[in-house]
Design a protein around this ligand. Structure first.
Ligand code: ACO
Length: 331
């Protein structure tokens, strides 16, 4: 077995092929991965990150791969990664060999820790957790993935929740957009986006807050589009000041019409307690569905310790699908 760097401009499809092979074995209840997303993130890497793809091969056949990503702006000591071994080649030491190789690459970049997300069934630990434990990782942030099935939600319930939330949040106007924030709100959106990494619970994961300005948020918006996603956002404008004080975003992978991710949601501390989070989420769902009439399933992740966000999601009808966690290994 050889482990070699993949030239992502020409051979990024190997990553997609591995994800596609793993999907029916690991997460058959999820829609399949999209090629544009898997390949797009490699062919159009973010300029604020370093991305390295390494694949293990035997006689030219890909056995597994890891994608190492390191931010160039903050948390530069951290090598975030994804790792997948082809289901036909598991339990033969490929994963272990890839982690050892990854540790060497990370150290060469000056990193002092590895961080990755692993998902498990709701009950017992799955292969990812067992593997991570065997390789000396520890879970530092416990999360849960929840799924909203719009077909199972009484449409009147969302209307009632929205009416009550609007009443409690008078003095704010909702601003919606697709893909790119309107120019006049780009600076506020960038600030809110960065604020999320400071405000969301991180438990035992030490995380330096990320700072976004207009240029960085525009780069990110472009990157998301290049990966094939369609994004819908709703923000709360505080009428008294004209500033955006909260935002939420839904994104649909390019190859799906019925499936989306509920992405980041944030309300600034001084504007909390007025049901703005709930209001924005429902208004954004309505906004997205105007353009995406087939949308039915929406997945989201929350830290188990994020009581407020979890409560909002449960009220909207999100139900637990899997456990997940961020795992860390000090080098
Ligand atoms: N059940 C129990 N223990 C396991 C399992 C499992 N299914 N898989 C691996 N392990 C443990 C064992 O201790 C194993 O040693 P052993 O075989 O001598 O008992 C040790 O991990 C090393 O196993 P490898 O053979 O090197 O692992 P493999 O090549 O099968 O890859 C992986 C494991 C990456 C988890 C694979 O199942 C996979 O691709 N899963 C889907 C993606 C995923 O979960 N990625 C998360 C990786 S963990 C992380 O990123 C921190």
């Amino acid at each position: 077995m050889d482990i070699e760097r993949v030239d992502t401009r020409n051979s990024a499809a190997v990553w997609y092929e591995l994800l596609r092979a793993a999907h029916p074995v690991d997460t058959p209840e999820d829609p399949p991965p999209c090629r544009d997303d898997a390949v797009g993130q490699l062919v159009h890497p973010r300029s604020d990150r370093e991305s390295l793809l390494f694949a293990a091969r035997a006689e030219g056949t890909p056995l597994g791969a890891y994608l190492l990503q390191r931010s160039l702006l903050e948390n530069t000591d951290t090598a975030c990664f994804e790792l997948v071994v082809h289901p036909a080649h598991r339990r033969r030491g490929v994963g272990r060999a890839l982690i050892e190789h990854l540790a060497g690459q990370a150290k060469a970049l000056g990193c002092t820790r590895l961080v990755a997300e692993v998902e498990d069934p709701l009950g017992e630990d799955g292969p990812g957790s067992r593997f991570a434990t065997a390789l000396g990782f520890t879970p530092v942030l416990r999360e849960r993935r929840r799924r909203l099935d719009l077909a199972a939600v009484d449409p009147g319930e969302h209307e009632r929740l929205l009416a009550a939330a609007r009443e409690r949040s008078a003095g704010y106007t909702t601003v919606c957009w697709r893909d790119y924030a309107p120019e006049e709100h780009a600076a506020d959106y960038a600030y809110l986006f960065g604020r999320l990494s400071a405000d969301a619970p991180m438990d035992d994961l030490a995380w330096e807050p990320e700072r976004y300005d207009i240029e960085r948020i525009r780069t990110l918006e472009r990157h998301i589009l290049l990966r094939g996603f369609r994004s819908y956002a709703a923000a709360a404008r505080h009428d008294a000041t004209g500033r955006l004080v909260g935002v939420t975003r839904i994104s649909l992978p390019g190859c799906h019409r019925h499936f989306a991710y509920q992405e980041e949601t944030l309300v600034l501390p001084e504007h909390r307690g007025r049901r703005l989070g709930l209001r924005l989420k429902i208004e954004n769902l309505l906004w997205a569905r105007r353009h995406e009439p087939e949308l039915r399933l929406i997945d989201t992740w929350n830290a188990d310790s994020n009581d407020w966000m979890v409560a909002i999601n449960e009220r909207l009808g999100f139900r637990e699908l899997r456990r997940s966690a961020e795992w860390e290994k000090r080098l």
